[in-house]
Unconditional design. Structure first.
Lengths: 107, 293
């Protein structure tokens, strides 16, 4: 995992969202194979967009509270927040450039 | 049974790989259904040495050629792949187990989308393309699994362990008897009318069928075709791209020792010339690897 990717839990989720103007949270699980395809992409993005967008990872199995609150019914789902306000989430594995463009459109 | 090279996919890439591998004296098996190949329904007029032919004709000749060099052909879908201590194990939908020293993935690109109203709009809101990813979110809720092949059969059976009710929507089941029985015995209810529309506001609430009936479901799993090879490839340590393609090097190695990929699954152009060319190299490299040459 990149040094810039933050592991989120039900406990630190809200402070992470509040503490960063633009946030992407990857909701994943260990047994979800497509989720593992996203990991290297998001690690690269976390480095490339350091200071502009914060990238977090939330394990949905271990953190049911957040999954329930945001009605997550598919993984991977990437929740995006701008100034604490939830934007349209990205569902499924997406190419790195698509995710980057989406985040840049929110800057 | 034990082989030097196991090839997954019976299209142009897989059959050319089988021809090249068996000509290199590797004990070779090629698995898949030739009628599932994109080539099967195509007319070919842009392939070197062939003025005009149907894809079916080319496939039939290719199968005969592969057999003539000693390759074994098995018209069964692979549903599981694993590896341990340098050997690969493959399991077919009919329960056939194969062991091999090298694997060539030549299974092409699968059509995943159903293209009915509501599918795109409700993706991630009850519509899913991955039952094994999202099964847990549907505990105690009714769902529909759409698809006629092995992917749908495996998913329907899986969902019976989570959902309160599983409708298996398939006009005509194409999965093996073995997988079909497993799903039905587990309690999946077969529905033969084709799907027409997925409805729901913020969440899926029902699946409308062509015959006018409505299934009240919270989840719709779209699982078309055979089991996704890119999904199984991950069990061998191969990491596909987000587009479901497998990156290869000049030897068509998929980045894991003993695993090769060729044909449409390595990316565009989806042409028979590219598939056959790549299959030729991949088959030869896999044979050399398996035989320690």
């Amino acid at each position: 995992m990149s040094g810039n990717t933050v592991t989120l839990t039900d406990n630190n989720f809200d402070s992470f969202i509040e503490g960063n103007p633009l946030v992407l949270v990857d909701c994943w699980a260990q047994w979800c194979k497509p989720c593992h395809m996203l990991t290297p992409i998001l690690d690269e993005l976390a480095d490339e967009m350091a200071g502009k967008a914060a990238i977090g990872k939330l394990n949905v199995d271990e953190n049911p509270g957040i999954s329930y609150r945001f009605n997550i019914s598919a993984i991977p789902t990437m929740l995006v927040f701008k100034n604490g306000v939830m934007q349209e989430p990205l569902v499924g594995v997406r190419p790195k450039e698509d995710i980057k463009k989406y985040l840049q459109s929110k800057m | 049974m034990s082989y030097d090279v196991a090839i997954v996919g019976m299209g142009a890439a897989g059959l050319q790989a089988a021809i090249s591998s068996s000509r290199k004296k590797a004990k070779t098996i090629v698995m898949g259904r030739s009628e599932d190949s994109a080539l099967h329904g195509a007319e070919v007029e842009n392939y070197f040495g062939v003025l005009r032919a149907t894809g079916k004709e080319l496939l039939n000749i290719g199968m005969e050629q592969a057999r003539s060099f000693g390759a074994k052909l098995l018209q069964e879908d692979i549903i599981e792949m694993s590896s341990s201590e340098g050997a690969f194990r493959l399991l077919s939908d009919s329960g056939t187990e194969i062991e091999a020293k090298a694997v060539v993935i030549a299974s092409g690109i699968m059509r995943k989308k159903l293209k009915i109203p509501g599918e795109k709009e409700l993706f991630g809101k009850g519509v899913s393309y991955c039952a094994s990813c999202d099964c847990n979110f549907y505990k105690g809720r009714p769902v529909a699994v759409i698809g006629a092949g092995s992917e749908a059969a495996v998913s329907a059976e899986l969902m019976t362990h989570y959902a309160s009710k599983v409708y298996w929507v398939a006009e005509e089941v194409d999965a093996s008897e073995n997988l079909r029985e497993k799903a039905l015995n587990a309690g999946a209810e077969p529905v033969s009318s084709p799907p027409k529309e997925i409805i729901g506001d913020d969440k899926v609430s029902a699946l409308v069928l062509e015959d006018g009936s409505e299934l009240e479901v919270n989840g719709v799993f779209i699982e078309l075709g055979a089991r996704s090879t890119t999904d199984m490839a991950m069990d061998l340590g191969v990491m596909p791209t987000p587009d479901g393609e497998i990156n290869v090097d000049k030897d068509f190695s998929a980045g894991v020792e003993g695993v090769y990929a060729c044909g449409d699954i390595t990316g565009k152009p989806w042409q028979v010339a590219k598939a056959a060319g790549e299959g030729g190299v991949a088959g030869e490299m896999a044979a050399k690897y398996a035989r320690g040459l």
